[in-house]
Design a protein around this ligand. Structure first.
Ligand SMILES: Nc1nc2c(ncn2[C@@H]2O[C@H](COP(=O)(O)OP(=O)(O)OP(=O)(O)O)[C@@H](O)[C@H]2O)c(=O)[nH]1
Ligand SMILES: [Mg+2]
Length: 395
């Protein structure tokens, strides 16, 4: 008996769909990137998978001397610090809530907010409502924010076009360049910070996951630390092609600034990602991801850093290229500071999209232990923490 054509077609379609269904079930899957996996899954183990407690050294815990207001005599000269726009209010309040919940409600360090325009009344009201600590709202002086007189605007526009063609993010946004320059060499010169020694940089929308019970600023002071970080990443070499050559010129002119226990081998590594080193003309591009920084401003205020920043500023790369404060700070620390004074805050759970620092600790909630990124798997290759551990250690 002949089967009608439409019925045959239907049968064929059903067969094709069945085969497709079976193939979907049985097809080989790409191996998933697991927490603590990625590059660490085989040769290198992510130390965040190991149980993490408080750092070694002198620690000071919360007490009534940390109460808000003048009673807080245990606090040292330190502030939480954020450069932020009025439009980022919601993200700022969210980041504040995280940091207040996990740490600052115990210590009540002041918040200092910076902006290139005045803060709105709403910004002031809602941020102050997120903390018992004092909030300060500061405008950046024009002379710290304006594009310097020696920068040629036509050259900036032309350079930005070239950088855009090379996929350098934000290359044509003047304000992004201004922000990077300010974060590199100007924020600590603001009169409002004249009496401050330490700061913890906080960006809108970042997350903090772990309860921290000791005063991190006192940790820095009592244990002789200059700089604390959570995440180490490779930079886009296209954004900094002449940063290392300019740095080499500077070192040749000022060899006296090099610290005898520097991290030059970390800065110049070319074994792990040789093409980055080549494109950046000798710099590995590995840097401390500076949207998180806990640091002693004495270093930025030192003669070595002042000379270095001025050299870079005059060279023009904050505008003709897209030098970020992260590589600039990292190179300076790697050259002019004792590498043992740089501390990995492995116990501070942190996220700035798309990267995390998520330790293995019962004090952490809301992040996945050892997960470096929840973005695309290719982002794992941006991780350069293993190089810091290799050349310097985990202290
Ligand atoms: N007041 C003010 N703040 C700015 C300006 N540009 C950037 N910022 C702040 O500077 C910090 C860094 O800027 P982002 O735009 O987050 O730069 P980024 O972290 O490199 O980029 P994303 O990956 O997009 O977050 C954030 O805290 C911003 O709020 C600006 O023109 N004015
Ligand atoms: Mg950001």
């Amino acid at each position: 008996m002949a089967i009608a054509r439409p019925v045959r077609a239907l049968g064929l379609a059903a067969l094709v769909m069945w085969c497709f269904f079976v193939w979907q079930l049985l097809k080989p899957t790409a191996s998933p990137v697991r927490p603590g996996g990625g590059r660490f899954a085989t040769a290198e183990r992510d130390p965040n998978m190991d149980p993490t407690g408080e750092p070694e050294g002198v620690l000071t815990y919360a007490s009534k001397e940390y109460a808000p207001g003048p009673a807080g005599t245990a606090r040292i000269n330190a502030t939480l610090l954020a450069l932020v726009r009025n439009e980022e209010l919601d993200g700022m309040v969210q980041a504040m809530r995280d940091l207040e919940r996990t740490w600052n409600h115990k210590f009540n360090y002041p918040w200092t907010f910076f902006n290139d325009v005045p803060f709105s009344a709403e910004f002031k009201k809602k941020t102050q409502a997120a903390t018992k600590a004092e909030c300060r709202y500061e405008i950046i002086p024009d002379e710290h924010w304006e594009v310097p007189s020696w920068i040629n605007n036509d050259l900036f526009v032309e350079s930005a076009k070239i950088l855009k063609e090379q996929d350098v993010q934000y290359a044509d946004m003047v304000s992004y360049h201004q922000m990077c320059r300010w974060n590199s060499g100007l924020f600590y010169k603001h009169p409002a910070l004249a009496d401050m020694q330490y700061y913890w940089r906080v960006e809108p929308k970042v997350h903090f996951f772990c309860d921290v019970d000791y005063d991190v600023f006192r940790y820095m002071q009592d244990n002789n630390k200059t700089y604390g970080f959570t995440i180490n990443l490779y930079d886009s070499p296209q954004s900094i092609p002449t940063l290392w050559p300019e740095t080499e010129k500077f070192i040749a002119e000022h060899p006296e600034h090099l610290h005898e226990n520097n991290a030059m081998d970390w800065l110049t590594d070319k074994t792990r990602r040789p093409e980055h080193n080549a494109k950046a003309n000798g710099y590995s591009t590995c840097h401390f991801w500076s949207n998180f920084e806990i640091a002693d401003m004495s270093f930025w205020r030192s003669k070595a850093y002042e000379d270095y920043f001025n050299h870079l500023d005059r060279a023009g790369g904050f505008f003709y290229e897209r030098w970020g404060d992260a590589p600039v700070h990292s190179i300076a620390l790697g050259l002019f500071e004792d590498k043992n004074r740089i501390h990995w805050f492995r116990d501070i759970g942190y996220q700035h999209i798309p990267f995390f620092n998520c330790p293995n600790s019962p004090k952490c909630h809301g992040c996945v232990t050892g997960l470096l990124t929840d973005g695309e798997p290719f982002l794992y290759k941006e991780d350069c923490r293993p190089n810091w551990f290799k050349y310097v250690g985990m202290g």
